[in-house]
Write a protein that binds this ligand. Structure first.
Ligand code: M6R
Length: 619
């Protein structure tokens, strides 16, 4: 899971407010990542290290510790999602060394912390927390005691760490620097004016700068207000040597704005992001025209396509596999990233493996991409975050243009993934001749109409879903049933309801429901059908009947011309009749709204579901 990290170094008073406040504001932007404790450390204007931290949410912790009371030019902040040691004041980050001069915040897991801790205890160090992180400040202190300067001591410490980490550290012995190191866990630098930043996500510093550098695994360095140094460890003549990294060409201007990363009048990020879908889709479709052609040409020559993704991205992979089969005649298979290794064992040169991940950092998907590459397949990233790990490690990257997605529940990134991949399927079908010109032109037209259709669906169904949510909120279980494209949409609908409304929701192929799941269905048990095409509707009718016969509360999202379905179900959600490539994105909208309002009506916070984090960088 991920914690949130921020490091700021500024000269004079460019931040215009106490550093404690800037750290708090940055941490607020990282709240979406999921956390249970908050803390910060800064070097105050008298050169002393100040550390304040506590279990709890940012606002409550701020009221307790008073971020605004502390000022300085160099500081770090952290939101912790507990791994080693339960959430508590003492386990919160930052952690310090024995002398109280070094402070460290960390995201990830230090696998060899026990052995390091024991060695440090033997050297006389005292530990106060149960965390793996606490070894890091003590290691730095130990190397400083041996005569290393702070940055050198930091690098020596990093050399000893095994595991996944993003680390920031400050040290009163070198008070203008924030040290950083990345291995597997995301970390980006922000280049400001008389101020530089390091954070787990650029949204933390968007109000200061949009010039960013995504750090790569193994990169270590520091920022001062005027300087950015990045190095990596190389082995020369068998000896490890730190060498400078020339990152100039990697610095990018991101087109995300501060407004995109704020709630803009909506009660929750999730609701705002549902409403942003028309813009997100329009931008994705506009850029797809340029970005997918090279890949579509490649796909005309390949044998097999595997699409790997986790959670919502897996559902997008599933939709895309069906579209690639239907529109381009390709052999395409969706796989859950964490299970991919069993499918990848037969992948070889000539195959293409797509790693679908909005964050571009999901470790299971990254692992699948690495494995595919090792086996000689062409790897393609489909991501929403430029230069994140999966795009960086893939041969080709294509991007959705959804803008930052802060709510833990994926919404606009799903519809844009499905649309981008739908577009790719159509282009491939056109290029390999599988798709007739007339069918292609009708399908492209439906994609161009999609942003307006989504806007209209939100306006039409928001109130209806809010009132259906009142019926749903006290139900302990629900089934989501579909066939064909309706199945991955059902899986996505179930995931949304499960993750933010805490209702046990299962998706099944509708035809499978009578092979076991139906045993649970009794009076009032909700079964929610998603039907994308008339063919699916024809086949699903008998499944609806079976559920009705058992008193199920039947709900269906379906094309409005399927009159039989309208007659059969208790709650019909009639959708515009549109080509399946567009319906695959459009028909998920009622599900998103239903999950959102059910969560809200249950008094939950849909942006921060329990036990979940936005980006999952652990296996
Ligand atoms: O960043 P990714 O798309 O790789 O994330 C994959 C899943 O962790 C993600 O889709 C998760 O299932 C969401 N919370 C779903 O809403």
């Amino acid at each position: 899971m991920v914690c949130g990290i921020i490091g700021i170094t500024s000269s004079e008073d460019v931040l215009d407010k106490p550093l404690g406040v800037s750290l708090k504001e940055a941490l607020k932007k990282l709240e979406y990542r999921g956390y249970d404790s908050v803390g910060f450390a800064l070097i105050d204007k008298a050169g002393r290290l100040v550390v304040r931290k506590s279990k709890g949410m940012i606002d409550a912790v701020a009221a307790k510790v008073g971020f605004e009371l502390f000022d300085g030019y160099t500081g770090i902040g952290h939101t912790r999602w507990a791994t080693h040691g339960p959430p508590s004041d003492v386990n919160s980050h930052p952690h310090t060394d024995c002398s109280g001069k070094i402070a460290v915040a960390h995201n990830g897991i230090i696998e060899n912390y026990m052995e390091l801790k024991e060695a440090l205890i033997d050297e006389g160090h005292t530990f106060i927390s149960e965390t793996d992180t606490e070894v890091i400040p003590h290691l730095i202190e130990e190397f400083e005691k041996k005569g290393f300067k702070p940055y050198e001591a930091f690098k020596k410490a990093v050399e000893l760490l095994r595991g996944a980490y993003a680390i920031v550290a400050i040290d009163v012995n070198d008070p203008r620097k924030v040290f950083f190191a990345r291995n597997t866990s995301p970390l980006v630098l922000g280049f400001g004016v008389k101020a530089n930043f390091v954070a787990s996500d650029a949204v933390a510093f968007l109000n200061f700068t949009r010039r960013v550098l995504a750090l790569r695994d193994g990169e270590v360095g520091y920022i001062t207000p005027e300087e950015v140094v990045v190095e990596r460890l190389e082995f020369r003549e068998g000896r490890p040597v730190w060498v400078a990294v020339d990152f100039t060409s990697r610095v990018k201007n991101i087109d995300w704005t501060v407004e995109m990363a704020s709630k803009g009048g909506f009660k929750h990020f999730m609701l705002k992001e549902i409403h942003e879908q028309p813009y997100a889709l329009a931008s994705t479709i506009a850029s797809a025209a340029e970005s997918v052609d090279k890949l579509a040409k490649i796909l005309t020559r390949v044998d097999r396509v595997l699409l790997a993704g986790a959670g919502t991205s897996y559902h997008a992979a599933y939709v895309a596999a069906l579209l690639l089969r239907k529109y381009a005649g390709l052999w395409a298979l969706p796989v859950v990233s964490s299970e991919a290794q069993w499918w990848l064992s037969t992948v070889k040169e000539g195959d293409v493996v797509l790693g679908i991940s909005q964050s571009g950092e999901t470790i299971d998907t990254l692992k699948a991409v690495r494995e595919a590459k090792k086996r000689g397949a062409l790897t393609v990233a489909v991501s929403n975050v430029i230069d994140s790990a999966i795009p960086r490690e893939s041969d080709i990257a294509i991007y959705t243009k959804a803008g930052p997605e802060i709510g833990v529940a994926a919404t606009k990134t799903f519809t844009t993934q499905v649309t981008l991949l739908g577009y790719l399927s159509l282009r491939t079908g056109v290029l390999n001749g599988f798709l007739s010109e007339s069918e292609a032109s009708e399908a492209f037209k439906s994609l161009r109409e999609l942003p307006n259709l989504v806007r209209h669906a939100i306006n039409t169904y928001e109130a209806k879903m809010a009132s259906l949510a009142v019926e749903m909120k006290d139900r302990p279980n629900a089934y989501f049933l579909g066939r064909g494209l309706g199945l991955p949409l059902s899986m996505e609908g179930a995931l949304k309801l499960k993750e933010i409304a805490y209702i046990h929701a299962e998706a099944y192929p509708a035809g499978e429901s009578k092979h076991g799941p139906i045993a649970l269905v009794e009076e009032g048990f909700p079964t929610i059908f998603t039907i994308v095409t008339a063919d699916e509707g024809e086949l699903i009718k008998s499944n609806v009947e079976e559920m009705r016969a058992r008193g199920s509360l039947t709900i269906a999202v379906f094309p409005k011309n399927l009159e039989d379905i309208a007659r059969l179900v208790k709650t019909p959600i009639k959708m515009p009749v549109v080509k399946d490539v567009a319906a695959s994105a459009l028909y998920i909208v009622p599900h998103q709204l239903l999950a959102y309002y059910t969560s809200v009506k249950k008094g939950l916070d849909p942006d921060k579901p329990r036990n979940l984090a936005k980006t999952v960088t652990v296996f």
